[in-house]
Design a binder for this molecule. Sequence first.
Ligand SMILES: Nc1ncnc2c1ncn2[C@@H]1O[C@H](COP(=O)(O)OP(=O)(O)OP(=O)(O)O)[C@@H](O)[C@H]1O
Ligand SMILES: [Mg+2]
Length: 328
Amino acid sequence: MPEKQPTADEPHTANEPHAANEPRRAHEPHAANEPRPAHEPRRAHEPRRAHEPTATEPIRTDGGRVTEATPSIQEIPEADTVIESKDLTVHYGDVQALQPVNVRLPEREVTAIIGPSGCGKSTFLRCLNRMNDMVDAARVGGELRFRGKNVYDGDVDPVALRRRVGMVFQKPNPFPKSIYDNVAYGLKIQGFDGDMDARVEEALRGAALWNEVSDQLDSSGLALSGGQQQRLCIARAIAPDPEVILMDEPASALDPVATAKVEDLIDELAEQYTVVIVTHNMQQAARISDKTAVFLTGGKLVEFGDTDRIFENPENQRVEDYITGKFG
Ligand SMILES: Nc1ncnc2c1ncn2[C@@H]1O[C@H](COP(=O)(O)OP(=O)(O)OP(=O)(O)O)[C@@H](O)[C@H]1O
Ligand SMILES: [Mg+2]
């Protein structure tokens, strides 16, 4: 059976089939090019400094104008920031899909991205691991910093970046391979030579799927239910031990029971990973996220902050109208 190739709309996860052909430049000094060795303790040497005051000037999400300032953005101190955008823009041809976005995303928390259809949520998410590289018409401006390094610098290897910033898509997209091989895929590409069985089990347990598939690891991933396939894709995304997991409406194709499982899983993943999730479902955003970013039509990030505050007391009238269902 021919290998399924990624498309611009639905690129595979961090484990892209062409990764093996793109050697990593191992000695580059930049953070975004240096995947953390798989078993290195997670930033044990970098204790979280949660209560340190913000050292830098506050960043506004309004690209310099004061009409829709979002002062709450100051609440993410630099020390807790894993991803930071600076005047990040995206154009598709002549059409500007993202107005300058300035935001910091906190480490090991869940950030939900909400907003009406076409407001640029997927476009923003795809910037975080350079998936927009695969969209011919897309042109990215400004900066997107991952651990301080602009991932759009010329010396950043996008394949190495995607090992650290993995992705799960709206439609479950397992490879036409066994369950085991789906999970092992990215590790094999990385040349992982440790205990593969243990890593596959660990990833499947991490994705809350192990108990359902442990006796059928050789069966095709495509034979699983939709909800199981999505958890298999999550296992595939976490197997290479990324630091950030991006999810674009990961539960929108699932029934309520499977959705609840994926939501529980996201909650657990956030203990270990930074999760950025696009969702159309307000209740879901309110349930699972710590922080919420609201984009509105025109590709503008108009509000960012604690999820509870945004849902209970948004600063922006248009955000209130959106989350109370007046439009969108
Ligand atoms: N490949 C592309 N080529 C041209 N325009 C695009 C492309 N992808 C997205 N756009 C445009 O960019 C804007 C933002 O699209 P995007 O897919 O990011 O929105 P979204 O908020 O994710 O919407 P949805 O909720 O429907 O998924 C839209 O106007 C869309 O038409
Ligand atoms: Mg989208």
